[in-house]
Write a protein that binds this ligand. Sequence first.
Ligand code: EZ4
Ligand code: CO
Length: 405
Amino acid sequence: MPRTIVAADVIVTSPGRNFVTLKVTTSDGLVGWGDATLNGRELAVASYLRDHLCALLVGRDADRIEDTWQYLYRGAYWRRGPVTMAAIGAVDLALWDINGKALGVPVHQLLGGPVRDGVMIYTHATGWDVPELLEAVDAKREQGFLAVRAQFGVPGLDTVYGVSRSGAAYEPAGRGVGPKVEVWETSAYLRHAPVALQAVRDHVGPDLHLLHDAHHRLTPTEAIRLGKSLEGVDLFWLEDVLPAENQQLLRQVRAQTHVPLAIGEVFNSVYDSLDLVSERLIDYLRVAVGHVGGISHYRKILAHAEVYQVKAGPHGPSDVSPVSLAGSLHVGLATHNFAVQEFMGYPAETYEVFRPGWSIRDGYMHPGDAPGLGVEVDEKAAAAFAYEPAYLPVARNRDGSVKDW
Ligand code: EZ4
Ligand code: CO
């Protein structure tokens, strides 16, 4: 008897932040969960699913995961793009979840089983000034993290990507209609970044893995200067030095600095990383499983990267829901070229809706042994948190012109 999809429903909920979740139900009573959250553009993906995909799913064989992926991707005619791929990703995650539940095995077993004992994670430490930053890094080390991303305030700027001034956990998406504006000045950042990051390295010693995110702000010349100025810091990676549209510009950066580079959190298919990987212009690929069409496409991206010794270090901010994070961890446990998973953490309310089977021990994350993805979603709790408009900020230069955020 084929296992048929009998329902596909979209849940939009805001437990501390917005999430879009897909629930797929089968004729034999199984339920699979997918994540379709696209930060600041949530309702576009919800509509893509509700208005276009959900009806196509009903009646399909739930066990034919790859065929459903091909049907939704090639069948749309309009391929790729963040909205399309996040929607397909949610379907794909839900079908892997169902398949694991049907067979009584965790998804990592469907992918070939563990190749490592756990997935190393990195978390965020932020401080407005250097003493505050060092304190934040110490606090993360005390919690057992082996890898920490350090972001800091810049003298002369009032707001900086990645840093909260209130002492609260950093969350870039601000509630309310329309983006908040941040004023940016690259020269001030380039002067201060090596000072702050060297102070962290001097403080922690050689062992802690340190990461930093430049968040798409630099030109190749600026990126080379930053890379060279950080070579003594021994970074695990420097993230998003350039906006990643014109990728040939990265060749100049690679030729002149050996700081390891990570790029790709805004990518949505293998075609975005084809040249970066095959020319080895990056060391780490940041794509998130939910944003690239789910596990089915993600494993192909990682297989391509493996050939070129490029490793996965996926995006894992709070907007990647606990369901996507589980998908990423199952892939990470079963994939050789998976280096590290970002783990920003979630607001407390998020855990009222999402009950993850994954857990953290000694700086490593474990997806758990529950069948499927191992995350359960409390629909009643979800219904209590209505969607609230929230947007990522925009940045402007001192002259008022828009800057890449
Ligand atoms: O800007 O999650 O590495 N992490 C990041 C994040 C992203 C937001 C986008 O939704 O760059 O803060
Ligand atoms: Co980033």
